[in-house]
Ligand binder design. Structure first.
Ligand SMILES: Nc1ncnc2c1ncn2[C@@H]1O[C@H](COP(=O)(O)OP(=O)(O)OP(=O)(O)O)[C@@H](O)[C@H]1O
Length: 558
């Protein structure tokens, strides 16, 4: 609407040509001028209000899109299998959640909406201007295909530069994340300088990639400005010659030039931010790369009865590998009656933790099946399945929150009394009670303020509170002295009563009480039976036990 009052002033007020509409034809030039000026003010007021509304809505919509995308990505990541989490660098995932998701806002505010508004402008110009001067209209609009053709070679290079820049940036994130979580080792081995050099190299790589990206982006803007300038001159030149020929009025030429200016301005804005748009598209693509990953673990439909599982567990012909052609478990057949206590022992790397990891479906076996109470665990809803299992895992993970929240992590509705009694069973109550803030003491990042043994006991208390019918204890006492271990085992015995329990232990003294001992070696069950049976057989377990016993006697004998 903006150029029309100017046309009226030039063609009807200054040139004194009457307007074709009856109701304004009788107006004096002064009144018409006043009306046109008021019209200009009103149109600008309207325009300013729309701009304000547009900016607010655009930012609000963009922010909501970021929020939704982040939410989707975060919840999707939580449901992806641990196999993916083991493979993918944490820093890269962090970068995708924090930074890449932000690019959807850039894509909508600098990309989608300006392109939409330019398209509306092109459509509007076509309809309004075609009647005034067809040739000039086509000439003005031909700037769009010209820009597309001239800039397409740069497009491909900008996309690959943007992808490279994002990858480099995320590599810096990954490096920092790894270094921050390994600071103790870095300092212990005085690797600070080497790590600093690695960081600076990654940072420099990221800066170079970004610089290359910006150079291309600037080049893109410069080329488009030249094209726009040439087209502007062409349209003004041809338009002015049409005025001279009398086929176009001066006011109409003003309309043409105004519309063309709007169009060229929005095209120039789009092309200047094109690099940004391309970069944003790469960022959004990286988010969708994760979102489009199918959940490796399909959720089942069955749920356990409210009374819980009975706890009869079996592995049937189970084969599993983390990486192709590197079998970790080979044809495992193991049947555990409900309520029994099974100890899994064997050489390091034999597959003990992997075997029990299949039970809560951290991973699914490539062939064979794991069953609970005779039903394949893949038929159960993951949530229902995992609610039947309490776990003490290696390494013991504690959160940087209070002791109380750490213990009640799997059971947030637990009362303080229940938490205290779990802590007492796990032999950590006395330690917590003497802290100035007791159960409300905040644990440091990654449990930095606790010893390994204390962390283990905290995670044992967490498992005790969960009170599930199946219990997995992966080396629960590895960081404890023998005295604490003995007291803790006594408590745990009470807890294990009636529950199907798997206990992985390197210290074979802790497995004497087990109903069944399974010896795993290189992914195969080489022996199983009770302690007495296995000792009598004088096989792998007996020699492992004797070797350990000899070492311990050796250590204590002066
Ligand atoms: N996420 C993983 N990706 C690839 N390989 C893995 C992964 N986790 C374990 N492995 C490999 O699988 C094998 C079995 O590992 P697992 O942790 O089950 O052994 P383990 O008997 O519990 O050992 P340990 O007694 O030392 O804890 C090892 O060779 C290990 O290198």
């Amino acid at each position: 609407m903006k150029p029309w009052p100017f046309k009226v002033i030039i063609d009807n007020v200054l040139s004194k040509n009457p307007l074709p509409w009856q109701f304004v034809a009788s107006m004096s030039p002064q009144v018409l001028l006043l009306c046109s000026c008021v019209g200009i003010v009103l149109i600008y007021l309207l325009s300013a209000s729309f701009t304000l509304l547009n900016s607010y809505t655009t930012v609000q919509v963009g922010q909501r899109m970021v929020n939704d995308l982040r939410g989707d990505l975060y919840s999707h990541l939580q449901r992806l299998s641990l196999a993916l989490h083991g493979r993918w660098p944490t820093g890269d995932l962090l970068y995708r959640i924090i930074s890449d998701t932000y690019t959807i806002q850039t894509l909508s505010t600098s990309g989608f909406l300006p392109i939409l508004s330019a398209l509306v402008m092109v459509g509007g110009m076509f309809i309004i201007l075609l009647r005034l001067d067809a040739l000039l209209t086509l000439l003005a609009l031909s700037v769009c295909p010209a820009l597309l053709i001239l800039l397409s070679p740069l497009n491909v290079r900008i996309t690959s530069a943007a992808t490279h820049a994002r990858r480099q940036e995320s590599a810096v994130y990954s490096l920092v994340q790894t270094a921050m979580s390994s600071m103790r080792v870095i300092q212990a081995f005085t690797k600070e300088e080497e790590e600093y050099r690695k960081f600076m190299a990654a940072s420099q790589g990221s800066l170079d990639a970004n610089l290359h990206f910006y150079v291309l982006q600037t080049l893109y803007g410069a080329v488009s400005r030249v094209v726009i300038g040439v087209w502007g001159a062409l349209v003004i030149g041809v338009g002015a010659s049409h005025v001279l020929e009398g086929t176009l009025t001066v006011g109409e030429l003003v309309i043409f030039i105004s519309y063309l200016t709007f169009l060229l301005l929005s095209l120039s804005k789009i092309s200047e931010t094109w690099g940004l748009i391309k970069g944003a598209k790469v960022g959004v693509g990286r988010v969708f790369e994760i979102l489009e990953m199918e959940h490796a673990l399909k959720d089942g439909l069955r749920v356990f009865p409210s009374t819980g599982a009975k706890g009869e567990i079996a592995w049937r012909e189970v084969c599993f590998e983390y990486l192709p052609n590197q079998p970790v478990l080979k044809q495992i057949n193991l049947c555990v009656p409900a309520g029994k206590k099974v100890a899994i022992v064997g050489a390091t790397g034999g597959g003990k933790s992997t075997l029990v990891s299949l039970l809560p479906r951290f991973y699914d076996p490539q062939s064979g099946q794991v069953t609970i109470d005779g039903v394949d665990i893949r038929e159960f809803q993951l949530k229902s399945l995992r609610s039947q299992i309490a776990m003490v895992l290696q390494p013991p993970l504690v959160f940087p929150t209070t002791m109380r929240e750490n213990i009640a992590y799997g059971c947030p509705e637990a009362t303080l009394e229940e938490i205290i009694s779990a802590a007492q069973l796990a032999c950590i109550h006395d330690f917590i009670a003497q802290l100035p803030q007791g159960y409300y003491t905040v644990v440091g990042e990654q449990g930095a303020t606790l010893s390994e043994g204390q962390k283990q006991r905290l995670t044992i208390a967490r498992a005790i509170l969960r009170n599930a019918p199946i219990l997995i204890l992966d080396e629960p006492t590895s960081s404890m002295d023998t005295e604490t271990e003995a007291i803790l085992m006594e408590g745990l015995e009470r807890l294990m009563a009636g529950k199907t329990t798997f206990i992985i232990a390197h210290r074979l003294s802790t497995v004497r009480q087990a109903d069944q001992i399974v010896v795993l070696d290189a992914g195969e069950i080489v022996e199983q039976g009770t302690f007495t049976e296995l000792m009598r057989q004088s096989g792998a377990f007996a020699s492992l036990y004797r070797a350990q016993f000899r070492t311990q006697v050796g250590k204590t004998t002066p």
